[in-house]
Design a protein around this ligand. Structure first.
Ligand SMILES: [Zn+2]
Length: 121
């Protein structure tokens, strides 16, 4: 019998998603410490007009460290290449793409496993 038998410390402390030890794991987690997979994220994609031009805003993407849940920088880079447009990450931590790509972006995110939905008009 060990000191920590039957306690949480007896359990293997590896991440269920990346299999790293918890100390090395950088998976995105919610406030309860649960791993956020793309399928557990529900980004909302909306259109905004800025000085007469449309931008497409991807809100609610969690930051992530790897290919299964790419970082916002990765998502921006992938989206810019995918939709052949410019973009940025705004002050609210949302990916912004130039132009109106809302429906295509929703379809793209869904194809990556996100529970994405369009928002706004
Ligand atoms: Zn992990």
């Amino acid at each position: 019998m060990g000191l920590f038998d039957g306690t949480a410390l007896e359990r293997p402390v590896t991440c269920e998603r990346c299999s790293q030890s918890i100390g090395l794991c950088k998976c995105p987690r919610d406030k309860k410490g649960k791993v956020l997979l793309p399928s557990q994220q529900s980004p909302r994609v909306r259109r905004e007009q800025r000085s007469g031009k449309f931008v497409t805003v991807l809100a609610g993407l969690e930051k992530g460290p790897d290919a299964k849940t790419p970082s916002l920088d990765d998502m921006l880079r992938l989206a810019k290449a995918k939709f052949a447009t410019g973009g940025t990450i705004n002050k609210s931590g949302e990916v912004e793409l130039q132009g109106d790509h809302r429906d295509k972006v929703v379809a793209w995110l869904v194809s990556l496993g996100y529970a994405a939905k369009p928002a706004g008009g």
